[in-house]
Design a protein around this ligand. Sequence first.
Ligand code: SAH
Length: 204
Amino acid sequence: MKRSELVRRLAMLEPFAAAEASLEQVGTPPELAAELLESALVRGDVEGRTVLDLGCGTGILAIGASLLNAAHVIGVEVDDAAVVVARRNAERLWANRLEFRVRDVTGWTEPAETVVMNPPFGAQSAHADRPFWEAALASATVAVYAFASRESRTFIERRAVARRARIEETRPVDWRFPATFPHHRKRAVELAVDLWILRPGPPS
Ligand code: SAH
């Protein structure tokens, strides 16, 4: 599937019904979701792989992985209302080999080949991203593809060293989204964000 076609389909997804600021419910813009997924696809980390989407929200990364022929996709999300939307979105795009689980990612260790995630950046509650990076590095057997705030660079580099994971790329991306929460004073919000690609180390 061409990237433009993937973007077109992902742009059809229903957004969060009532975005919850405390959970940092900001959906990944379709162009950036496609960039993450295609980066994984060309490296052989999506097609035929088991994929885990941590904090899947309304499902954009999980559904995109399914459309790109992942063998099986699990989306994990703490907010059951978001999962209702994610399931509807999966049906709408005819995504299959896909399941959603309502739970906190904290303590998740069930393995998957590839982890994809756009976790909270820790802007609302400090360190909200930490259980996500722990779960990602504990679960991925092949690769992790994740967005993170630029301010998290040192933290992620340290976690990678501690878990003996190799950082393959830290790619700055242009992240803009329409004002979502009351504390957003401008019409559009721009954030300094990186796309990370990591390869896990040996099991510990
Ligand atoms: N991955 C989606 C949503 C990103 S917003 C996308 O790319 O569009 C971050 C998501 O993480 C939200 O849906 C939020 O509800 C969820 N979340 C926040 N803390 C969580 C936790 N501890 N466990 C599971 N999900 C969590």
